[in-house]
Design a protein around this ligand. Structure first.
Ligand SMILES: [Zn+2]
Length: 257
């Protein structure tokens, strides 16, 4: 019973975090500031949206996916981002219960959504958001002692160094932004789980890109944004990384036990 209440709460918290990350990503990609007093407006008619139009998931469905004022279609990316984030955090609630691992997932989620969306839209990882992500991951570890903090710092360093080596080998197909993002991921995941996340990211990237290469939809020269795969790898590692590590004979570290 408790677990189902947590899961429902997690769904709405996830939807709200997805909504926030999506708005921040759109504003950042458009070169506007994402914080402060700027109100949300309709992308078509520019009319300011009221609170009842800004409820994640619910408003979109209640409005039938159209603006209340001008009737223009609301871009589907809003609903997609909200539902995807809601699904991830619901799954985190089912997997972890009300534990440190759940709070880590909830804190990492808006960063993952932000980097995924901006990298797809602009092909760019925003360093300030990657640094903020690393800081958030380390900050969450502070109350849990020096060992927890050191594991986060080691994860950040390992993520950054590993990606730098891969970027150097990729000869310009990947940017330093991917290494910055890997540092942010490492701060949340800790040393061993960072390698699980990178492994899963390259697995997901390979599974996605290989059929496109074979179908000649992309060539070996195409720059495919890697941020979304890094974020997917992090989320997959949160949920399945401890199982993978155990399989290889490693003990997963706090909070991903
Ligand atoms: Zn409108």
């Amino acid at each position: 019973m408790e677990r189902s209440l947590l899961t429902i709460s997690a769904f709405w918290l996830g939807a709200a975090l997805g909504s926030f990350a999506n708005a921040a990503a759109m504003r950042t990609a458009a070169g506007r500031k994402w914080w402060g007093a700027e109100r949300s407006v309709c992308d078509s008619c520019g009319k300011e949206l009221s609170a009842r139009d800004l409820i994640p998931v619910v408003s979109f469905i209640a409005l039938g996916g159209r603006c209340r004022s001008c009737g223009a279609k609301i871009p589907l990316r809003h609903l997609t981002a909200e539902i995807a984030a809601a699904a991830v955090l619901s799954f985190a609630a089912l997997r972890f219960g009300l534990s440190s691992a759940f709070f880590f997932s909830a804190a990492a989620l808006p960063f993952a959504a932000f980097h995924t969306l901006t990298d797809i839209e602009t092909g760019y990882i925003y360093d300030s958001w990657a640094i903020a992500m690393a800081a958030a991951g380390l900050l969450l570890r502070v109350p849990h002692g020096a060992a927890a903090l050191a594991d986060g710092a080691a994860g950040a360093a390992a993520g950054f160094a590993s990606m730098c080596a891969i970027i150097a080998a990729s000869r310009g197909k990947m940017g330093l932004g991917d290494a910055m993002l890997a540092a942010g991921i490492g701060a949340f995941m800790g040393l061993k789980m960072t390698f699980a996340a990178l492994y899963l990211a390259f697995l997901a990237g390979g599974i996605t890109v290989l059929p496109l290469l074979i179908a000649k939809k992309v060539t070996r020269r195409t720059a495919v944004p890697f941020g979304p795969f890094l974020c997917a790898g992090m989320l997959a590692a949160m949920f399945f990384g401890s199982t993978i590590l155990t399989l290889f004979g490693f003990m997963p570290s706090w909070p991903w036990l």
